[in-house]
Design a protein around this ligand. Sequence first.
Ligand SMILES: Cc1cc2nc3c(=O)[nH]c(=O)nc-3n(C[C@H](O)[C@H](O)[C@H](O)COP(=O)(O)OP(=O)(O)OC[C@H]3O[C@@H](n4cnc5c(N)ncnc54)[C@H](O)[C@@H]3O)c2cc1C
Length: 289
Amino acid sequence: MYPSRFKYESPKTIEEAVKLLDAGKGESKVLAGGQSLIPMLKLRFAFPDELIDINNIPGLDKITFDADGTCHIGALVRHEHLVDSAEIAKLQPTIAAAAPLVADPVIRTRGTFVGSVCHADPQGDWAATMIALHGSIVAQGPKGKRTIAMKDFVQGPYANALNYNEIAIEAVIPAPKGKRVGGYLKLERRVGDFATASVAVALDMDGDRVIGAGIALAGVGGKTIDANDAAESLIGQTLNATSIAKCAELVAAKAEPRSDHRGSAEYKRHLVATFVTRILTAHSAQKAA
Ligand SMILES: Cc1cc2nc3c(=O)[nH]c(=O)nc-3n(C[C@H](O)[C@H](O)[C@H](O)COP(=O)(O)OP(=O)(O)OC[C@H]3O[C@@H](n4cnc5c(N)ncnc54)[C@H](O)[C@@H]3O)c2cc1C
């Protein structure tokens, strides 16, 4: 199907883009990688009056780290950039583990990390990693910038906390408190598919003791599931059979899976517990420096 008719704008600055969005009064949409928006237009699930293409705004395609390790991912950082980044591989293991599992290589070269978080698909991979990492989104609107904690950003399936006249300009991941370890496991029916169930785990370690923990789930609820309170059971603990089993049980209880063509609810809940156990067990043998 063809999309319904829309105007197209390609601003060169964030301020110009915000002005256009503001003038659109909620009938305009930001176009980033287009890997979710264009299919939505073609299926006529979305029919905005205007697309505001942010791809020609310079400076949004960078991954940067502050001196303390805080990580900034600009609004035009593509999935593939995260697959290829040596700094991400070294400093953000949860992101590094998820990146090659997002969609397929064609989509990864165009789709963006921030666009994916904004799209808020309950099966999307990046919102789960951001919640586990206690990240936030910086939004810019007519009144300037504001920071929205990731736990408040995803408001429901395909719904985020941005106002109609705001652009998400970057994702921010806080500096590690100790040595950051973590992982991401996902079951997909075939390569490139969305998650049947996936688990993002991010831990900060002081020696063999957990001093920071986050866990989030995709594919097992009406929105990305924040299991950070369950992850807190690990704080102050070493990763051993008892602490891991308790955490896996608490996280599995947070899942809200529904039986569908991807599997039964029981199966998906079992997957969640298994993935949590696998990721934590992998780090139980790994001594933090
Ligand atoms: C076949 C297929 C398989 C896929 N598989 C997966 C998968 O396995 N895992 C996964 O996580 N995703 C998957 N995706 C989605 C893909 O990762 C998209 O790239 C991503 O969801 C959206 O990013 P985008 O940059 O393409 O955003 P767009 O399509 O450009 O935009 C998506 C939405 O977010 C809004 N938006 C985008 N950027 C901003 C911004 N900076 N500020 C405000 N609003 C913004 C847009 O207005 C739109 O509403 C798949 C897509 C397809 C087509």
